[in-house]
Ligand binder design. Structure first.
Ligand code: SF4
Ligand code: SF4
Length: 380
């Protein structure tokens, strides 16, 4: 039998073992009316006994009958807030009285992170951003510094939300991919405990230090059963078709007009999406003009300026901007990076102020496609 079983004290010991190694431990915790990702001083700050109710355009905390720490689905943030931050200062420039200008580069000096409570869908999202930001010829140094050596504790999902569809995207609810430790949380007649396995030498070293008991057959079977049941309780699904092809065949579908009439082009969906990666640069000065700074910040494809090219905006309408976002996410991302740009976390559904649902749009487009029986699906 692989792995070990930790109790709640073992989880606290895990946080202390990671902190002893100089790591900044980040995990879910309740702040205000949401479960957010924040630096944890103790495992006691985890959202024990809290769950969430999710729907399109709706997020509510709810008290649970048990003390589960990780029985909540994706919150408003993802790990990209730490790996690919929304604002990074790149350099400053100062003009002295004699007119000379000194430019000082600002090397990012991130902490050594340990991420506690990475959901399997978000683990896949990190892999997607790895491919985009460090997997090609143009390496993003900010991301590389933060990502290299980050210690990942993945927690398998046993309670998906009403907006989750990781099964459709092949990213969950079980842990797969690359991680240091994997946990599956159980809270049953045998108590509150975590089945823990290591996935790296660093994970093995940490696990060996923790107070634990050897994994027993009943715990492993119960953990497997919980994850299997979670797979059967996804709140949403994607059409079971080649989405890339379906979108290619529906570029002129009527549904784009329908969704464009609802979309505010606010860009919330890109902000919360764990795989969206676009950035722009901004130069600012102080009032004297003697101090200037260059910042990199997230950009969104819903902004008019995003597609500004030599004197004109390419995507002028909400129709064209929503279509760009969806067809990139589910279709052309495959051509560009060899995978889908969507991991099925459901955040874009929850945090869309008008409740636009990527799965509903995909089903509607499929219905208009030739494969879905639609008459009006021919691409142009
Ligand atoms: S497109 Fe939506 S569901 Fe897919 S990864 Fe992004 S936020 Fe999650
Ligand atoms: S789909 Fe929703 S969240 Fe995204 S830009 Fe449109 S209104 Fe905003």
């Amino acid at each position: 039998m692989t792995g070990a079983v930790l109790d709640v004290a073992g989880l606290e010991a895990l946080v202390r073992a990671l902190a002893r190694r100089g790591r900044t431990v980040v995990g879910p915790t309740v702040r205000g009316d949401a479960i957010v990702l924040a630096e944890l001083g103790s495992a006691a700050e985890l959202p024990y006994g809290w769950g969430v109710e999710l729907e399109a355009g709706r997020y509510r905390l709810r008290r649970r009958a048990d003390r589960m720490a990780f029985a909540h689905s994706a919150g408003p943030q993802s790990w990209k807030y730490f790996l690919h931050p929304e604002r990074v200062r790149q350099w400053t420039a100062d003009r002295a009285q004699d007119g000379t200008v000194t430019v000082t580069e600002e090397p990012d000096a991130p902490p050594s992170y340990a991420f506690l409570g990475v959901r399997p869908c978000d683990l896949s999202a990190i892999a997607v951003q790895d491919g985009v930001l460090i997997g090609g010829p143009h390496v993003d140094d900010t991301y590389r510094r933060r990502r290299t050596g980050a210690f990942l504790v993945v927690v398998e999902c046993v309670e998906p939300g009403a907006t989750c569809f990781c099964v459709s995207m092949g990213t969950g609810p079980g842990a797969h991919g690359s991680w240091d430790l994997a946990l599956t949380e159980l809270h049953d007649e045998r108590g509150h405990r975590f089945w823990a396995r290591s996935g790296s030498a660093a994970g093995e070293e940490v696990l060996a230090e923790l107070p634990s008991t050897p994994a027993d057959e009943a715990t492993v079977a119960a953990a497997g059963g919980s994850v299997e049941r979670a797979a059967g309780r996804m709140g949403r699904t994607m059409p079971e078709v080649d989405l890339r092809r379906m979108l290619r065949d529906t570029l002129e579908a009527e549904r784009w007009n329908d969704v464009a009439a609802r979309c505010l082009t606010c860009g919330n969906c890109t902000m919360v999406c764990p795989t969206c990666y676009c950035t722009t640069t901004e130069d600012v000065t102080d009032l004297t003009g003697d101090h200037a700074e260059r910042w990199r910040r997230w950009d969104v494809c819903y902004d008019l300026d995003f597609s500004y090219l030599t004197g004109g905006v390419v995507r002028r309408t909400g129709h064209s901007r929503y279509r760009q976002w969806l067809t990139h996410k589910l279709g052309t991302w495959h051509d560009q990076f060899g995978s889908s740009g969507c991991v099925g976390c459901g955040r874009c559904i929850v945090w869309c102020p008008v409740g636009i649902d990527i799965t509903e749009e995909a089903h509607a487009l499929h219905a208009e496609s030739p494969a879905g029986g639609g008459e009006d699906g021919a691409g142009s």
